[in-house]
Design a protein around this ligand. Structure first.
Ligand SMILES: *Cc1c(COP(=O)(O)O)cnc(C)c1O
Length: 492
């Protein structure tokens, strides 16, 4: 299985191995890597997976895409990455909410958000890719984060051989809990620093380092090269395909559905990575019906599916589901490519870069509508869903998951489609405890993280994940704040 760029319009596109695609991240023409073909998964294969553990399922699926990786090595990596120690209670459990909706809880990992599902395995895949491609330099991963990604990357890359990681977060742009999680980070190869300013200042600082040739040279002299951990890397996307297939297997195993039954999927979406992984699972042959793309007030994707135009020139809203506050959904490029090919994609990406928008023909819009339905939820609606789902179904949802639930409800109401729904639940409610408390009319004693968490525990009779509360008592290792102009000095 080889990989090609979504923007490679040559008659014979340049194709590279999966190890190279994972090491490179972004294609030289700025396109994203896609597999040359989608491997097929038939009923017999799904049935076999049903008997397996999560790590075994992951090995089976990943080895269909990463054909140059040694299978035993993949099994060893998946077994480590998805172990009970890292995911207490299981990697991706399926929990019913009412009769026809199942919450696929993707947040039992070290940082309590779904990015762990990819970032626990991706560094291991990268480490092997470096060896497989004969790379001798140290990979220095640079991350600018608005909260979730930074911590998940730190946990994933810590103490991985051949790799060093530096995370930059905006001094006044992350929650108290998120900051706490990062500044207490353990590991010999990690570095964390606050940057004066907002997320864009941190992000621009990292972009400047990547674009600066003299810095790249200096890094090379020190036996190092810069690399990124963002969600456009195929090594982050491939592991996300696994849990949709795994959820289907669990439903069959637990007699919730029969093999072959079609189920819908709903995904709270930002960068379009998570839901695109569901689309690939469907293309492979997993019996999935509609993929409901759920957005918050930043409803650029909802409009795209409904109107056939992607337009990022609009107001940006800060919401209580911050990981979905995105106006450029990078992974949508992969869908354009899957539907329209490289030329179609390259044209639209040029238009997005130039005018901030692009259109798709009505025929393509109709074709997309066979697989996708876009819905969005306002802040008020999201708060109401958190309250109602807890009171009526006893399920405590974080704001991202609540956006998913609310959009799934709108879809059912509008379409009358009553097939069962797998809902991707992307964060622990305790990661966003302040907003969850507010939605449930719970008043904590103070706005200290520990008081907010205790208030939520007491009022809902649930327990905060230990990996989260633990950071509240750990020693602070990184208390530095730097100016954006000093970021290059940290990088080399
Ligand atoms: C990153 C994230 C999302 C969005 O996922 P995408 O793959 O970017 O669409 C949703 N919820 C949470 C909690 C996240 O951290």
């Amino acid at each position: 299985m080889n990989y090609i760029s979504t923007r490679d319009t040559a008659e014979t596109p340049r194709s590279i191995s999966s190890a190279e695609a994972i090491k490179t991240g972004l294609a030289p023409d700025s396109g994203l890597f896609m597999p040359e073909s989608i491997p097929a998964l038939d009923e017999a294969a799904i049935t076999r997976l049903t008997e397996m553990t999560y790590a075994e399922r992951a090995t089976e699926i990943l080895s269909m895409f990463l054909t140059d990786y040694d299978r035993e090595a993949l099994l060893a990596d998946c077994t480590e990455a998805y172990s009970e120690a890292r995911f207490p209670g299981g990697a991706a459990p399926v929990v019913p909410i009412g009769d026809d909706m199942y919450s696929l809880e993707l947040w039992h990992g070290p940082t309590c958000a779904f990015k762990d599902m990819a970032l626990q395995i991706m560094p291991r895949l990268l480490s092997r890719a470096l060896t497989m491609t004969g790379e001798r330099r140290l990979a220095h991963i640079l991350v600018a984060t608005s909260g979730d990604t930074g911590k998940a990357a730190l946990e994933g890359y810590k103490d991985v051989p051949g790799i060093k990681i530096s995370v930059f977060y905006p001094d006044d742009g992350v929650s108290a809990m998120q900051k706490r999680q990062m500044i207490t980070q353990e590991g010999e190869n990690v570095f964390v620093t606050a940057v004066k300013g907002n997320f864009d200042d941190a992000q621009n600082g990292v972009k400047k380092i990547f674009a600066d040739h003299s810095l790249a040279e200096k890094a090379a002299q020190n036996g190092m090269f810069f690399s990124s951990a963002n969600s456009i890397n195929w090594g982050r996307l491939a592991p996300q395909i696994v849990y949709y297939i795994s959820a289907y297997c669990d439903l069959v195993r637990d007699n919730e559905i029969f093999m072959g039954d079609v189920v819908n999927v709903c995904v709270p979406t930002g960068n379009f990575g998570n839901i695109f992984a569901a689309y690939i699972a469907k293309q492979m042959g997993l019996p999935l019906g509609k993929l409901i793309c759920a957005s918050n007030s930043n409803c650029v994707l909802t409009d795209f599916f409904n109107e056939g135009e992607y337009d990022r020139m609009r107001t940006f809203y800060k919401t209580m589901s911050p990981s979905m506050d995105i106006l450029i959904s990078s992974n949508l490029e992969r869908l354009l490519y899957a539907i329209g090919g490289a030329e179609f994609t390259a044209e639209r990406m040029a238009s997005l870069a130039g005018d901030g928008s692009y259109k798709i023909p009505y025929k393509v819009q109709e074709e997309l509508a066979e697989s996708f339905a876009g819905y969005c939820l306002s802040e008020t609606e999201t708060g109401e869903v958190i309250k109602r789902i807890f009171e009526e179904k006893g399920y405590l949802a974080d704001p991202h998951t609540a956006v998913g639930i609310g959009c799934a409800e709108k879809y059912i109401e509008e379409s009358g489609d009553t097939r069962k729904i797998i809902l991707a639940s992307t964060a622990s409610p305790y990661k966003f405890a302040a907003d969850v408390c507010r939605s449930l009319d719970i008043e904590p004693a103070s706005d200290e993280p520990m008081d907010i968490i205790s208030a939520l525990e007491n009022a809902t009779d649930t327990k905060a994940p230990a990996q989260l509360t633990r950071t509240l008592t750990m020693d602070v290792r990184f208390d530095g704040v730097i100016d954006p102009t000093d970021m290059p000095n940290v990088a080399v």
